[in-house]
Design a protein around this ligand. Structure first.
Ligand SMILES: Nc1ncnc2c1ncn2[C@@H]1O[C@H](COP(=O)(O)OP(=O)(O)OP(=O)(O)O)[C@@H](O)[C@H]1O
Length: 649
């Protein structure tokens, strides 16, 4: 989008272009959509990649029964799959951009979504191929010299501006209090969080707070916390809130679904209120006090909704901006006032490049899914962010990083962003899977996967299920296949337009489509009520990605199940880390998996039994002052033996 375009958009008020119904006809109208661009996955899947346009609705392709090469999709009519569905006969596929390339061979799958298989820079597990087509490399926006931030920003802008112009204006979220504070119930294992060991490392660790009252947050915040249904702090909140309130930098690692979002939002908002933040007024150049970045659009939107909830009734205004939407809309949202800016990296750099926000007032910088934000995909962008003109140095701002996984290599990189005396909070095993998820690994060859999928879905009835696949095209393919099997399914991936992605998520959330087929774009952070089941139709390339994917279920003390199809042809490299993850989470480890693990050499992986309670700890080896506590504040020696956990059931 050129300058003129978005300026015009700002001046001309826009009505929402949101079209809430699935425009099936639009995609079945026979547009020429045979080819797919090889969008680098790390940008398109995780951030602001260009949406695909003018593709066939895939069903028309699919129905032609074209061969899809040797990936096991010999036939589009799915006649091999079984008969009646327990899900009833709706089965409309609310998805399907792009058909399957005309006779496209294997290579198209393989090149399409490289990151799915290769992970980020430090995915320990498989060498990351580089170069065009593998999709692993975020488009280089290198710039050197004084203006490197700006050239970066321009590069970032191109993500939204090259290719079709983004016109999508997302609908405003509901304003009524009930919707703002809508929440789901904590599960039967919520209290079990108290037995998890916590390690805080670094100097002068502030004592944990054990209750919300003790945290002494301001009155409005306390009231919002109560309205949100929070009565008790989770471990990551007990330890992180005082660290942030004390003005310290923080790297925090805690299992999926254990409340990391509130762990940074609450103390930041409390500090802002304490410091007497003034209401941000309409102004062309806004100067937010807090910037939160996350790798996907849906996740940043979710964080924004949490920020809006907790800041309800205060003068703090949160704003969200992300790719795939009209740039002018983002600018207008910011211009109305912005204290807390929630953004995906590409759109953030655009906005900075266009000088629509000033950075001088930034006091808090939060990287959610920080290991992802610092890996090869987004790391360069984040480095540019902290070197933008006006951005306070790390000494002058507070930097907070949160994730369920934190590879040591990434921890080392993070040092550049954090003050040297940052604190490291590890709740349970760093990188460990959530123990509330019952994990099953089945040995299933490529050609048997579809049948097994249908069998598994039929046995789960109407449970809300996320099915993860390797590529965007495969997501469409499997979704269509399931619809033909009369299983109501939708899909989410980086080739779908943002409007479609949001529609798909909405249909899944409300249960209209109880099955969501997804690529890794949905692996991290998404918090959807009642997801009882995750299926890894294809396993990811890295074990960290596996941990995030299965963490879409079993959240906030609820239980969930994850079933993974392990194909010995392609997944051997995961055998060792899988055995480790399963055994650490006290799950059954199949004998065949152990055999594969022992017979497969994975460079750099030590698959032996863990000799420490923590999978990995603060990489600063020379720290003094370290406290290992359980969340009730007892030292490790006083804490219940993890083996006693069984008695909780
Ligand atoms: N103290 C609490 N009491 C009740 N519910 C809570 C509490 N803290 C968080 N929650 C709820 O738990 C759910 C999961 O929280 P959140 O999304 O912050 O998890 P997370 O640790 O960031 O997960 P992920 O690693 O997958 O990003 C949300 O619905 C949130 O509202």
């Amino acid at each position: 989008m050129g300058d003129e375009d978005w300026e015009a958009e700002i001046i001309t008020p826009h009505l929402s272009s949101y079209v809430p119904v699935f425009e099936k006809d639009r995609y079945s109208s026979g547009a020429n959509g045979d080819t797919f661009s090889k969008t680098p996955a790390s940008s398109s899947e995780m951030d602001d990649g260009p949406s695909r346009r003018d593709h066939h609705f895939m069903r028309s392709r699919f129905a032609s029964g074209r061969s899809l090469g040797n990936r096991g999709f010999q036939d589009g009519n799915a006649s091999e799959a079984s008969s009646s569905s327990r899900r009833g006969g709706k089965g409309g596929f609310r998805g399907g951009r792009g058909g399957f390339g005309l006779g496209s061979p294997n290579s198209e799958y393989e090149q399409d979504e490289g990151t799915q298989r290769t992970g980020g820079l430090f995915g320990p597990r498989r060498p990351a191929p580089s170069g065009p087509g593998n999709g692993d490399v975020y488009p280089s926006r290198s710039g050197s010299g004084r203006d490197s931030w700006k050239s970066g920003a321009e590069g970032a802008e191109s993500e939204d501006t090259q290719g079709p112009k983004m016109t999508y204006v997302p609908p405003a979220p509901p304003e009524d209090e009930d919707s703002i504070f809508a929440h789901y119930q904590t599960g039967i294992n919520f209290d079990k969080y108290d037995s998890i060991l916590v390690e805080v490392s670094g100097h002068d660790v502030p004592p944990a707070v054990l209750t919300f009252e003790e945290a002494n947050l301001c009155q409005t915040l306390t009231s919002n916390i109560a309205k949100a249904g929070y009565t008790k702090l989770t471990p990551v909140q007990k330890y992180s809130i005082p660290v942030v309130l004390a003005g310290r930098d923080l790297m925090a690692c805690a299992q999926t679904g254990s409340g990391k979002t509130a762990a940074f939002l609450l103390p930041i908002l409390a500090n802002m209120m304490r410091d007497g933040i003034t209401a941000s007024r309409f102004r062309e150049l806004q100067e937010p006090e807090c910037i939160i970045v996350a790798p996907t659009r849906e996740l940043i939107n979710q964080i924004y909704l949490e920020a809006r909830k907790f800041s309800f009734g205060t003068c703090v205004r949160a704003v969200v901006i992300y790719g795939g939407t009209q740039f002018g809309h983002s600018v207008r949202q910011i211009a109305q006032g912005c204290n807390v800016l929630c953004a995906t990296p590409g759109r953030l750099m655009d906005i900075i490049g266009k000088e629509k926000i000033g950075l001088r007032q930034v006091r808090y910088l939060v990287l959610d899914e920080a290991d992802r934000m610092l890996d090869m995909g987004f790391g360069p962008e984040m480095k540019k962010l902290i070197s933008c003109p006006g951005m306070p140095s790390k000494e002058q701002r507070q930097t907070l990083m949160f994730s369920a996984t934190f590879p040591e290599e990434i921890q080392r990189l993070a040092g550049e962003f954090l003050k040297p005396d940052y604190l490291f909070v590890a709740v349970g095993q760093v990188g460990g899977a959530c123990t509330d998820v019952q994990q099953t690994v089945l040995q299933v060859g490529q050609y048997a996967k579809r049948e097994k999928l249908v069998e598994t879905l039929r046995s789960t009835g109407d449970e809300r299920t996320m099915v993860f696949v390797e590529t965007k095209k495969k997501a469409d393919f499997i979704a269509t296949f399931l619809c033909q099997e009369k299983i109501s399914t939708t899909s989410i991936h980086g080739d779908r337009e943002q409007r479609e992605r949001e529609q798909a998520l909405g249909d899944f959330r409300c249960g209209k489509c109880p099955v969501l087929v997804a690529t890794s774009v949905a692996a991290r952070g998404l918090d959807i009520e009642n997801v009882q089941h995750v299926i890894n139709f294809d396993l990811p390339s890295t074990i960290d990605e596996y941990v995030h994917r299965i963490g879409r279920t079993g959240r906030c003390g609820n239980t969930g199940r994850a079933v993974s199809f392990f194909d010995p042809e392609s997944d051997r490299h995961l055998a060792q880390p899988l055995v480790k993850i399963l055994s650490d989470a006290q799950q059954d480890v199949p004998a065949w998996l152990e055999e594969i693990a022992f017979s497969t050499y994975v460079p750099g992986f030590s698959g032996g039994p863990r000799d420490s309670v923590f999978a990995s700890v603060d990489t600063r080896k020379n720290y003094q002052g370290k406290s290992t506590l359980n969340t009730a504040g007892f030292s490790a020696s006083q804490a219940p033996n993890p083996a006693d956990d069984e008695s909780w059931d």
